[in-house]
Design a protein around this ligand. Structure first.
Ligand SMILES: [Zn+2]
Ligand SMILES: [Zn+2]
Length: 732
């Protein structure tokens, strides 16, 4: 092996050998995610080759989403001098005849391919009942499940995918002829004891591979309500004894000789103070006063709960203002609908029922609360037909195949987090298109005369759009009209929320326009339009970045980030850094000074195609010249490995401590060789300080919560916590 095995992996390998050499001929490797199950399986393939040249192939069955990863692991982890001959039997790779397939050391295939072939086999068998001969050869030479098809070893990755014994995939797996069998899964303890039966049946562990036996000894006594507690416990003990004989599971906290199996170098957290420039401070203070006025009004009216989504959006504006004054203009991009044509999005919106439409209309100008991350969102992804919605980052994760694999069915439909109905990635729209269809009078694009291709826009429209992209208007407002007066404060606030909307016609805006008209640049498309297009291809992205650069201004956060990156580089040029933000637009703005300094970097966020995200990770992990990765905080999932990075910069804090911890763990994980430094950039005396304080409080509460539901409830912000974040009351 190219990668030398870690201590627990060596023990795992000798356990696997023992299993194959023993009477069971295989077993279940159920190590926790991140402990290297794949490496151990590959080590087994190399350590115990077949001595029968006619029966030498190991068949590996895995979810489609993991095919590429397996290929890569085999390529990188296995030394060239005992390179394995590998064939991917999936898609184009299916054009491979029966005998050629058998000359490989390893054949990789998917559950879907296996299930489809099994279905074909059943059809052939049915047809054979009447007549003979001509179908016989076809039946015998089915490449995976044919009668002639004898494997040396079959490995099922993510074996929870065969937990339901009545599915085609599970039946196909059980049908495979092989000497050795191995199941790999990170989640062996499933919902019911029945689900374990599929694995036992696949492994052919007698006598329990017969359902009647398994049911008699385990399933019935454990599930039955008639049995005494003792009968149940006895059955449970017996099952545990069986599992102990065939299953190996270690977690990250398991010990070997009294020492943890994994030791990761320590991590250090540094608070990096960011100081606002004078204009930034003024903008922030003005916005904070306005939001306080509004929040206090809700408190007085006892309507915090009714205005919850709107309050979250106000909070979002404050958080954004801490990062960059341009951010609050550029929120409405929904990345999950980018590949769906405009007309389809409108057609989807038109399919919503009357009651759903009425419900959604109520959110206009108010915003939404994402039911997954509990953050405020102005332009959510809306599911058809139920009309429930999430932020676009959470939607991307909901429909991520990885999620279905963990749940044990790679083809499982993702469910709506509110009503549990199926959701489909192509049966969605966003709130912007909902407005176009159901509230055209509120549609900014239509009313401001913008055109999709920009050609028909008049000069005055263009310059007006440019006004919208600076914050000049707000600065003038604040000086002219003050911020303490209650009614006026509300009027101003409506502009802060929707800079392209109602505020446009107000007198404050008019003044701003006069003040800025001299230096106003003229562009055909708005920045949000260009950003939307930038997700389609590289050329559009370059165009967007050029435009971003044209009226780019820096911010205290951006300056500090560049400074920290320079310090890291000066200190040790071999170190790599990942930068997290909740705002992809902030990462865009950071790209401007980085590209000016010719810094190489990769992006990773929900707007990218899955294959592009994989490429970005590979480039970051494998090339020494690429030392920087910019990631959207909510896009990184638990499987994402970026352990070549030893610095983590968090640009903006989030109140749920676990989202941040998960981000840091992308770098601070197994096989990390260096100490990890976390740099948290914070503007003192702002909402960011308070978020950090709340984070600590939440951490304690969540660690005391008994189950996941309770922990989730704590992740949502209560009234007192909201007041604290707006700076109008203390936490206690
Ligand atoms: Zn969300
Ligand atoms: Zn729903």
């Amino acid at each position: 092996m190219d990668a030398t095995l870690m201590e627990h992996q060596k023990l795992g390998l000798s356990w696997l050998r023992k299993m194959e050499e023993g009477s069971n001929k295989g077993g279940i490797l159920a190590d926790d995610m991140g402990l290297g199950k794949t490496v151990q399986a590959l080590a087994l393939i190399l350590a115990r080759p077949s001595d029968d040249s006619l029966r030498k192939t190991t068949l590996i069955i895995a979810p489609v989403a993991l095919m590429k990863q397996w290929e890569k692991e085999i390529k990188t982890k296995v030394k060239t001098h005992h390179q394995l001959k590998v064939h991917v039997y999936h898609g184009a790779g299916k054009k491979c005849n029966f005998n050629r397939l058998r000359q490989n050391d390893v054949v990789l295939t998917t559950f879907g391919t296996l299930g489809a072939e099994f279905k074909k086999k059943k059809e052939l068998v049915n047809r054979m009942a009447g007549q003979q001969a001509e179908n016989l050869a076809a039946l015998e030479e089915l490449p995976l499940v044919g009668e002639k098809c004898k494997w040396y070893r079959v490995i099922i990755d993510e074996a929870q995918c065969i937990k339901n014994k009545s599915t085609l995939n599970a039946q196909a797996a059980m049908e495979l002829q092989s000497i050795h069998r191995l199941c790999m899964t990170g989640t062996p303890m499933m919902n019911s004891v029945d689900e374990l039966y599929s694995l036992i049946k696949f492994l052919r562990i007698g006598p329990y591979d017969e359902w009647s036996e398994f049911n008699l000894h385990f399933a019935r006594p454990i599930k039955s309500t008639n049995n005494s507690e003792r009968t149940k416990q006895n059955a449970m003990k017996k099952l545990q004894a069986l599992l102990k004989a065939i299953l190996l599971r270690r977690t990250k906290s398991s010990l070997i000789d009294g020492k943890p199996i994994i030791t990761i170098p320590p991590k250090h957290v540094h608070q990096v103070q960011v100081t606002f420039s004078t204009p930034e401070l003024e903008l922030y203070k003005a916005l904070e006063s306005k939001t306080q006025v509004t929040f206090n009004r809700y408190l007085r009216q006892n309507s915090v709960q009714n205005n919850y989504a709107n309050i979250l959006v106000l909070l979002l504006r404050l958080r954004q203002m801490c990062c960059h004054p341009h951010l609050i203009n550029d929120l409405s991009i929904n990345t999950s609908v980018k590949d769906i044509p405009e007309n389809d999005l409108k057609a989807m919106a038109a399919q919503l029922g009357d009651d759903v439409v009425a419900r959604l209309k109520g959110h206009e100008g108010e915003g939404f609360e994402c039911p997954v991350c509990y953050d405020g969102v102005t332009n959510p992804t809306i599911f058809i037909p139920c009309g429930h919605n999430t932020c676009s980052e959470c939607f991307t994760k909901l429909v991520d195949p990885q999620r279905a694999i963990q749940a044990g069915d790679e083809r499982a439909q993702p469910r709506c987090p509110e009503c549990r109905n199926d959701i489909r990635h192509d049966r969605i729209t966003d709130f912007q298109h909902f407005i176009k269809v159901h509230m055209p009078e509120k549609d900014d694009d239509a009313n401001s005369g913008d055109d999709e291709d920009g050609d028909s826009s008049s000069d005055s429209d263009e310059s007006e759009d440019d006004e919208d992209e600076t914050l000049g208007g707000f600065i003038v407002d604040d000086e002219d009209e003050g911020v303490t007066d209650n009614d006026q404060g509300d009027a101003d606030e409506s502009k802060v929320q929707k800079p392209k909307g109602k505020g446009k016609k107000s007198k404050g805006k008019g003044k701003a326009k006069e003040a800025n008209s001299g230096k106003s640049l003229k562009f055909k498309k708005t920045l949000p339009q260009l950003k939307k297009e930038s997700m389609r291809n590289k050329a559009a992205k370059d165009k967007y970045l050029r435009r971003l650069k044209a009226d780019w201004i820096t911010s205290a956060k951006i300056n500090k980030t560049v400074e920290v990156l320079q310090e890291i580089e000066d200190n040790d040029p071999s170190e790599k850094t990942i930068v997290f933000s909740q705002f992809t637009s902030l990462l865009d703005l950071l790209e401007v000074p980085l590209s000016e300094k010719n810094v190489r970097y990769q992006r990773y966020d929900g707007s990218m195609k899955a294959s592009d995200r994989v490429d970005a990770v590979n480039t970051f992990m494998e090339t020494t010249t690429c030392k920087l990765m910019l990631i959207s905080l909510k896009a990184g999932n638990a499987g994402l490995n970026l352990n070549k990075a030893s610095h983590v910069i968090i640009l903006d804090p989030f109140w749920n401590p676990y989202i941040e911890e998960q981000a840091v763990d992308r770098a601070h994980r197994m096989m990390q060789k260096r100490e990890v430094h976390v740099h948290r950039l914070l503007v003192p005396g702002t909402v960011e300080d308070r978020i950090l304080e709340l984070q600590e409080r939440k951490r304690e509460m969540i660690s005391m919560a008994l189950d996941e539901t309770a922990a989730k409830g704590i992740a949502r912000l209560g009234r007192r916590e909201l007041g604290f974040l707006f700076g109008v009351n203390t936490l206690d």
